[in-house]
Design a protein around this ligand. Structure first.
Ligand SMILES: [Zn+2]
Length: 78
């Protein structure tokens, strides 16, 4: 087997030098490393804003509510 164990930069696709010699691994260089890191941080800090809260109360149309009320009211204490 050949010793071609070079990784490809996830940022630009260039060949990446092995880890010991490459401080920017797994990127090809510091530039790609920082570009990717910056994008990652931006995405991480960004708070996903929902549409208008329309996701709440969708699907259930009072059906489960009636059931819940029935069971909830029949709970014996003691
Ligand atoms: Zn690169």
């Amino acid at each position: 087997m050949a010793e071609a164990d070079l990784d490809l930069c996830p940022r630009c696709g260039a060949e990446v030098a092995p880890r010991p010699a490459n401080g920017a691994w797994p990127f090809c260089g510091d530039r790609c490393k920082w570009i990717d890191l910056g994008a990652w941080i931006e995405g991480d800090y960004r708070i996903p804003a929902g549409p208008d809260g329309s996701a709440e109360g969708e699907g259930e149309d009072g059906t489960s509510r009636g059931s819940m009320g029935r069971y909830g009211g029949g709970v014996a204490e003691g």
